[in-house]
Design a protein around this ligand. Structure first.
Ligand code: HEC
Length: 482
């Protein structure tokens, strides 16, 4: 009669003991082969492999193990992988490369558990990285007109090289890509479309002034940029920029970037010495739009008016309006005050009144070494405000373009506002000279306030003859209609 009860009790005790053991036993330690290698492959190895900018490779256990503690601290502080935006916006960023909390926990548990290798049979397949152009063979290639050799340890200023756009008519690029020839030395770079001043010429990649004197390819440190030195040329419109791990853009069907006839391409190169002499000659690949182009992909800086709107730009420096004027010593925003020495919170604000429906695709905060934070928001016609990007700790070393996973429609009657803080105090560890006034120029020891978004105008339909198309397109249309 009693036996079943005894058996049952005994079973209960065994069960309870097993449960207690399971509760007190630590979760199994993740292993490199099974759990960690897939995370590193996905988030880190694109930079941390030979020939890339990561200073060490994480392609095997042997390479990774010595860095385990450093990896733990970098990921816990969210310093790696590099990413500047926080969660203030609910907007999903398509190229977000941050670790999920599960991935972060896995790395931390692995290091805390002694960073074991595990069973090499569990290793994932090696990731493969495209070795050539990301978008296939380009239709047209511009080659950086000057192959530049970077000295082993000299800090290089920005370098400018020029080239005339060789087409008789505007062309439309649906895809663009920059490829360094030497990935280890390019810190970041960009290609812009510009006008050159009357009388100036371009030869073998260099700019010459009206007197025939070569304009140096860079502005020496401490010298104020001027129109004459080529660093503040008008009409500068970015085609594409390159940062390690990212240098291409492909637009959806019907959308393209204009490569205007008669203008010039300017290469803006920022090199980082590696300890050895390094030569680079980057290339810009273009893929022409195959079908009709309906809308032009444009760049808008918060504060600039929507083109054709008749509005003027609205800029404020520390709360005071800055007049939007051309000036040949300080460039487009001629009246922007210099940032005084030791000031920790110099505030720039740009407001774009949106007078017709537009669509936003991507945001690129661009500042230099005093740049501290940048935030964009949209105020909709009903007064609702939506943060679209917040970068609380801007890092000059990571010039990241944030691509909206879903393009954002901004209706007529909205406002796009951007605020940036510049820190010229001694507390800014990147500040090269807190005792100096800071000018506005493209050199990293000067400043820039460039809150750029990529956008298109919804009304625009370049395929309809009534729209403001180029002569080439109108001709094409006439041709198709005949
Ligand atoms: C976009 C390129 C890039 C990606 C992606 C990237 N890193 Fe880095 N990493 C760098 C560069 C460049 C440095 C050196 C400069 C620095 O420390 O900021 C670096 C430095 C490090 C260091 C510091 C080494 C030292 O000197 O102590 C660690 C650790 C590290 N990365 C881990 C990671 C991990 C882990 C990931 C992925 C979760 C990752 N990185 C993703 C580019 C990258």
């Amino acid at each position: 009669m009693h036996r079943p009860l005894v058996v049952f009790t005994a079973a209960l005790i065994v069960f309870a003991a097993a449960t207690a053991r399971a509760q007190s036993a630590p979760a199994p330690v993740p292993t490199y082969s099974k759990d960690v290698a897939p995370i590193l492959n996905k988030h880190c190895v694109s930079c941390h492999r030979p020939g890339e900018i990561g200073p060490m490779a994480f392609e095997s256990y042997a390479q990774t193990r010595p860095w385990a503690r450093s990896i733990r601290s970098k990921v816990m502080r969210r310093e790696m992988p590099p990413w500047g935006a926080d969660n203030a916006s609910s907007m999903k960023i398509g190229n977000d490369r941050t670790l999920s909390s599960h991935e972060l926990d896995t790395i931390v548990a692995w290091v805390n558990g002694g960073a074991p290798e595990g069973n090499p049979a569990d290793l994932p397949a090696r990731p493969s990285f495209p070795t050539g152009w990301q978008l296939g063979e380009p239709d047209f290639v511009f080659e950086q007109p000057v192959a530049w050799t970077v000295k082993p340890d000299a800090q290089e200023p920005y370098l400018y090289f020029y080239e005339k756009i060789p087409f008789a008519e505007d062309r439309w690029a649906a895809g663009v890509e920059i490829r360094p020839s030497n990935f280890s030395v390019v810190h970041h770079s960009g290609v812009y479309i510009i006008d050159i001043p009357d009388g100036y010429t371009v030869k073998d990649g260099y700019l010459y002034d009206a007197a025939g004197t070569q304009v140096p390819p860079s502005v020496p440190m401490g010298k104020r940029a001027t129109l004459a030195d080529g660093s503040l040329l008008a009409g500068a419109d970015k085609v594409i920029s390159y940062v390690p791990g990212r240098g291409y853009e492909k637009h959806p069907e019907g959308y393209a970037k204009r490569i205007p006839a008669g203008k010039y391409v300017r290469w803006v190169m920022h090199y980082n010495p590696t300890g050895q002499p390094e030569t680079d000659r980057s290339k810009l690949g273009l893929w022409w739009a195959k079908g009709p182009v309906r809308r032009e992909v444009l760049n808008l800086q918060a504060g600039d008016p929507i083109p054709g709107s008749g509005n003027r730009g609205l800029y404020f420096a520390n709360g005071k309006e800055v007049l939007y004027e051309s000036d040949d010593t300080t460039g487009r925003r001629g009246k922007t005050p210099t940032i005084p020495p030791y000031v920790a919170d110099f505030k720039m604000m740009g407001i774009t009144p949106v007078n017709e429906d537009i669509t936003l695709y991507a945001l690129t905060p661009h500042m230099h070494l005093r740049g501290k934070s940048m935030k964009w928001w949209v105020t909709y016609p009903d007064g609702r405000e939506e943060v679209i990007l917040n970068v609380p700790n801007f890092d000059f070393n990571w010039q990241i373009q944030y691509e909206l996973a879903t393009p954002l429609k901004v209706p007529a009657g909205s406002k796009i506002t951007n605020i940036a803080i510049f820190d010229n105090s001694v507390n800014n560890k990147w500040n090269p000279a807190p005792e100096k006034e800071v000018y506005w120029s493209e050199q990293s020891w000067d400043e820039m306030y460039q809150p750029t978004t990529q956008f298109s105008i919804d009304r625009q339909d370049l395929t309809r003859p009534a729209a403001r198309g180029t002569r080439e397109q109108q001709r094409q249309q006439q041709h198709q209609q005949q």
